[in-house]
Write a protein that binds this ligand. Structure first.
Ligand code: ATP
Length: 363
């Protein structure tokens, strides 16, 4: 008897609905083909376009749909011309992060053989690492409430024991799962600036305490500036990196650059009870409505969702389909015939997504 899982779907703004539709189509096909699980999708309206239409950016009913779902799939949100009266942007994804305490921002970085990258990859090398960005505190703690006077401005960086311990526990478990799946040596690197700031020495101490509970895994440290250098010089050496919110924000865009652009960069925001899966990019209003958006980051985020659900629910069929979906995208990208404009190709959104379906069910 197939187990049913409920997925909340936030189609979002701009290119959001264009990349969400083919992603849900692929997930439905995988669910229909599986005899061990079934996915049920529930739409959750929210975002800038919804605000412009109804005066509400994140209806309570959509928050309830998110809270009661087994996982949350979210496309891009926000439009530059639609803002709250105080001028701030509409971003339900940040509301969700706060409301559901999604402290672990997971940003995988992969470059497979055949994939375009600005790096000169040595023969036989591939990149496959994960950056875990703390997503609820750090230098974003005073976001929107920093103090500004005529001659000074202040923002506060907050590192708490509670969130850091959860973050490190999550990160070491992830390294363990990757090692089990044959995707890395089981090494966690703490990225900080402990040589300059006491807050990062505190961060590092808690990392070391968690590391000591995992003798089967390796652990080390790197300063954030050196990490930026090594991400360009030898990114194939990394396995799992964990860092503070602002450092993670910056390094994850560098990671997306290594992959050839934002159109290929998936992400997840994960807490103890809930998880949101969404592409790293925004709603790209400059190309919305043209059918040219790259759907791969959204589809890869859906693959991460299957993998996470499978591990959470101890369901091997989901983990297996998460891997199959990720590999299908990697194969389409490496093949190169169905790339969208941002990757130097001429395929439209539908054509690129159909190539993934064909890779899964035809080849
Ligand atoms: P946000 O601040 O919401 O993250 P942003 O203003 O930084 O958004 P994006 O909306 O991510 O930027 O777009 C940045 C650039 O990347 C734009 O030129 C956009 O067209 C392009 N882009 C983003 N996502 C995609 C995609 N999936 N396919 C093709 N191009 C994309």
């Amino acid at each position: 008897m197939a187990e049913t899982f409920n997925i909340a779907v936030f189609a979002g703004d701009g290119i959001g609905p264009e990349i969400m539709a083919p992603t849900v189509k692929i997930l439905r096909r995988m669910s229909d083909a599986s005899d061990s699980y079934s996915l049920r999708f529930e739409d959750a309206p929210a975002g800038a376009a919804h605000y412009a239409k109804t005066g509400e950016s994140f209806p309570e009913s959509s928050m309830n749909t998110a809270k009661s779902a087994d996982a949350i799939l979210l496309s891009a949100m926000g439009l530059p011309d639609v803002r709250y009266e105080d001028g701030t942007e509409i971003s339900p994804q940040i509301d969700l992060r706060k409301a559901l305490t999604l402290f672990a921002g997971v940003r995988p970085v992969t470059v497979k053989t055949g994939q375009r990258t600005p790096l000169n990859m040595p023969e036989g090398k591939e990149i496959d690492f994960v950056l875990v960005r703390e997503s609820t505190e750090g230098l974003f703690y005073t976001q929107g409430c920093g103090e500004v006077s005529e001659n000074e401005a202040r923002e506060t960086l907050l590192i708490t024991r509670d969130i850091s311990e959860k973050l490190f526990r999550f990160t070491f478990e992830m390294a363990q799962n990757r090692k089990k799946a044959g995707r890395g040596p089981g090494r966690v690197t703490c990225v900080d600036k402990a040589n300059v700031f006491r807050a990062f020495a505190f961060f590092r101490d808690m990392f070391n305490a968690e590391a000591s509970r995992h003798p089967e895994l390796e652990s080390d440290h790197a300063y954030v500036d050196a990490t930026a250098l090594w991400m360009v010089q030898k990114p194939w050496d990394f396995d799992v990196l964990v860092t503070e919110n602002m450092f993670g924000d910056i390094l994850s865009d560098l990671g997306a650059g290594l992959m050839g652009g934002l159109g290929l960069a998936p992400s997840a925001d994960i807490g103890l009870e809930h998880a949101v899966f969404q592409p790293c990019h925004g709603s790209a209003p400059d190309i919305a409505g043209q059918g040219v958006a790259n759907p791969m980051a959204m589809i890869l985020s859906a693959a991460m969702m299957l993998d996470w659900l499978g591990i959470e629910k101890d369901h091997a069929g989901l983990v297996d389909d998460g891997r199959r979906l990720r590999e299908a995208v990697e194969d389409v990208v490496a093949d190169g015939r169905f790339l969208t404009r941002d990757l130097g190709g001429s395929a439209g959104t539908e054509e690129a997504a159909s190539a993934v379906l064909d890779m899964l069910f035809v080849s």
